[in-house]
Design a protein around this ligand. Sequence first.
Ligand code: SF4
Length: 56
Amino acid sequence: MAYKISDDCVACGTCLSECPAGAISEGDIYKIDPAVCVDCGTCADACPMGAISPAE
Ligand code: SF4
């Protein structure tokens, strides 16, 4: 399972530097590569918008 970023993302970049796996990429909204994510949850704790959650 990987984490995912919702439409609540405001592309602030906070999560990008927090991810130890380098799974997050920039864009209009940021994305997590599920093949790289190690499911640690660091990004979810860092996101000021609460936009990151475990994928179903
Ligand atoms: Fe990176 Fe961890 Fe977030 Fe996965 S859960 S994108 S490994 S910070």
